[in-house]
Design a protein around this ligand. Structure first.
Ligand code: CTP
Length: 404
């Protein structure tokens, strides 16, 4: 779905070797039917001519705060700030990031950002040492706390010849981000702190083996991404999965159910909303030798491992719930709704999201899910159609907001 169509977008360009990619980005945004105005910093003009952008956008390029031939009142930065649905600065340099973090308005672009009413997305591009410098890191953190969306730079070869994090992502990646951004973009979770768990846990049975389950973590990562896109501050505690951390989400990796429990105990007081999508192992091995168990340790071709029950994390956290909203997930193959309702009550939840992995397109590893949300207030059911996991996550937050 093209969510960029019809949007009024300001494309900001700073002085980076990656500025040439902005011309391609402009073309792609226009191809997606966005109306684009280009704003450059004076140093960007050292890398790419304003004429390139004015020819491509068939519009004037804004760069000078006080253009010599101007006949206007000099309030374009205010006018543009009101006009836009969103602004994206790609590439943004360490210097402009620092100015934005401190509210410095010393050129057209930085002044415009102060006057901007629409959301701001920035895509940093710089040398790896500049990117990881504590000054840049703290400036970016400051902007994120203020709700600025950051498209993380990619790892790779840099203009300096060094290799590391700092490359502007390819135009396709930025376009996908902008599409997701407009799809899931509401600021209705701004100021909320959302804690999400995802993935399976792994319970070792010896030094090299473990018991686990098929959870891919996709649902939990979608929940974290949707919350972040809607303006929440998001912490994600995840079991072992092969997924990239969503934008603007802080992630902690855990292995076992006990580690997940410990991480949640540390974070639960911080949150307003807890969404437990993790497929926590109910049992762990009673004894875990710190060596590999040999095949012939078991007699008669039969092996057994003695298991003991893990803590039920949601139940254990219930006394610390206070005004927080707790949302659980349930995977049920039989008596789906009845079982989910039982869990809703026994785990003191405000809502439970249930799915049946026997339904095609639902459950482990798929990109889609088909769920029912049961409200803790009155046990009312909301049956959602088959949706992408991101859209399911969005609908869960729509529901959570009705509970608040
Ligand atoms: N959960 C938990 N701690 C556990 C097991 C599960 O907090 N030790 C959470 C899950 O993250 C999920 C909800 O409880 O949000 C329901 O998990 P599920 O595995 O469906 O339920 P169980 O209570 O384990 O019951 P059963 O396995 O018998 O279906």
């Amino acid at each position: 779905m093209n969510s960029i169509s019809g949007k009024k977008i300001i494309l900001g360009v700073c002085g980076s070797i990656a500025a040439y990619k902005s011309a391609f980005l402009l073309r792609e945004l226009q191809r997606a039917d966005a109306e684009v105005r280009v704003v450059m910093t004076p140093s960007a003009a050292n890398f790419i001519a304003p004429l390139t952008f004015s020819a491509l956008s068939r519009s004037q390029v804004y760069m000078d705060m006080f253009p010599e031939k101007s006949t206007s009142m000099g309030t374009w930065h205010i006018d543009l700030g009101l006009w836009a649905d969103a602004m994206i600065i790609a590439p943004v340099t360490a210097s402009t990031i620092a100015k934005l973090a401190h509210g410095i308005a010393d050129n057209f672009l930085t002044s415009l950002v102060l006057a901007l009413r629409a959301p701001l997305v920035i895509a940093p591009a710089m040398d790896v040492d500049m990117f990881v410098h504590p000054a840049t890191a703290s400036n970016i953190a400051k902007l994120m706390e203020r709700g600025v969306h950051v498209i993380q730079p990619e790892e790779g070869e840099l203009a300096s010849g060094l290799s590391g994090k700092g490359r502007l992502p390819e135009v396709d990646t930025i376009m996908k981000y902008m599409n997701d951004f407009f799809l899931g973009y509401h600021r209705d979770l701004a100021g909320k702190k959302v804690l999400v768990t995802a993935g399976p846990t792994q319970e070792p049975i010896d030094a090299v083996r473990f018991i686990s389950n098929r959870s891919s973590g996709k649902m939990g990562f979608a929940v974290a991404a949707a919350a972040a896109n809607r303006g929440a501050e998001v912490r994600l505690i995840t079991g072992p999965v092969g997924l990239e951390t969503p934008q603007n989400v802080s992630r902690e990796n855990v292995g076992t159910a006990e580690e997940m429990f410990t991480a949640l105990e540390r974070n639960v007081d911080w949150c307003d909303v807890l969404v437990m999508t993790a497929a926590v192992s109910d049992y762990r091995a009673e004894n875990i030798p710190d060596r590999k168990i040999k095949k012939d340790e078991f007699a008669g071709g039969k092996a057994s491992v003695s298991l003991v029950e893990n803590t039920d994390i949601l139940k254990a956290l219930a006394p610390r719930k206070g005004n927080r909203l707790f949302v659980g997930f349930a995977l049920e193959t039989d008596n789906v709704i009845d079982n989910a309702k039982r869990k809703l009550k026994s785990k003191s939840l405000d809502a439970i999201v249930v799915n049946n992995p026997r339904v095609e397109g639902a459950g482990f590893g798929t990109e889609t899910n088909k769920v029912t949300i049961i409200s803790g207030r009155d046990e009312s059911q909301t049956d959602l159609p088959m949706l992408s996991k991101y859209e399911v996550a969005d609908r869960i937050f729509d529901h959570i907001l009705t509970l608040h």
